[in-house]
Write a protein that binds this ligand. Structure first.
Ligand code: SF4
Length: 290
């Protein structure tokens, strides 16, 4: 089995310092939509300058480099235990190189490990064995501010008038955006999961944040709802960093899972404008990062 430790360090560097092209494009389009001289346009100007400087200098896009969340899909023959070890070594090396800020704090003592390595939750590792011969490693660096405004709803919700249907889901998602009020560093991207149990629903909503902003959901009902919710969230007028304006979200990405008849969860994971996601793909001896 290959040693991919250095490729994982590079994946962490790129994810922390360099926005994917679709995110840069969405931020630039959001900037152009805002009124000249407005606080919203000023905020997006600063964001775009920050994006460019971070890329040029290979330095983190934000002082909070987030929780590293890895989703690893591996073909037969790879060892998840060995891959996990390589990833943890890479996280520690990336922290030494200052691609990541040391963020892993013991919840009881408050002590920072200094390496970004904690117990099993830090970094967060998800493994799945798949058919085929391609190893795919998706990474999210999930900031604390945007994690704090994630929300989970149990429908029906009388307060929102939300029943157990897509219109109820719509009300829950818009409520989450309204409650956030720009906290979590808008404009953000919403990952939404319908169904599952509370735990699987949060994991599935985060996986939605791995999708490109310009892709289309293969489920036509969810594709329509994603477009509608993006428009409606932006009509709330919260705007970049909560300054008011035309762009509160850059996109909404949705999935659904089977659920118990007794439960109907809607889970919203919020990713900030720093939208840090990258993918490492390994076919044979040929690793690529996109
Ligand atoms: S929410 Fe995102 S942009 Fe805001 S401070 Fe955290 S990591 Fe940085």
């Amino acid at each position: 089995m290959q040693d991919l430790t250095e490729q994982f360090v590079e994946l962490l560097r790129r994810t922390s310092t360099d926005r994917p092209a679709d995110v840069r494009r969405a931020l630039s389009e959001a900037h152009d939509r805002e009124a000249p001289g407005s606080a919203a346009r000023g905020a997006l100007e600063s964001i775009l300058q920050n994006v460019e400087l971070a890329r040029q200098k290979s330095s983190p896009i934000c002082q909070d480099t987030g929780t590293p969340i890895f989703f690893v899909r591996y073909p037969a023959g790879w060892s998840s235990r060995a891959l996990g070890k390589q990833i943890r070594t890479a996280v520690s090396r990336a922290t030494e190189k200052a691609y990541l800020r040391p963020n892993a704090v013991d919840s009881l003592s408050g002590k920072n490990s200094g390496t970004n390595l904690g117990d099993e939750a830090f970094p967060s590792l998800h493994f799945e064995e798949i058919e085929g011969d391609t190893l795919t490693v998706d990474l999210l660096l999930k900031g604390g501010g945007c994690e704090n405004v994630g929300a989970q709803y149990s429908l029906p919700d009388n307060r929102l008038g939300a029943d157990r249907d897509l219109q109820g889901v719509r009300r829950a998602v818009l409520d989450a955006v309204h409650q956030a009020q720009g906290l979590g560093c808008a404009p953000g991207v919403l990952g939404v999961s319908i169904g599952g149990d509370r735990g699987t629903s949060y994991a599935a909503s985060k996986q939605q944040l791995l999708r490109r902003l310009d892709d289309t959901n293969p489920n036509p009902d969810l594709a329509r709802m994603e477009a509608q919710l993006t428009q409606e969230a932006n009509r709330l007028g919260v705007g970049p960093m909560g300054f008011g304006g035309a762009t509160t979200v850059l996109g909404v990405k949705m999935t659904s899972q089977h659920r118990l008849p007794a439960c109907y969860f809607v889970t919203v994971s919020y990713m900030c404008w720093a939208d840090r996601r990258r993918r490492l793909t390994v076919r044979g001896d040929n690793p690529t990062i996109e």
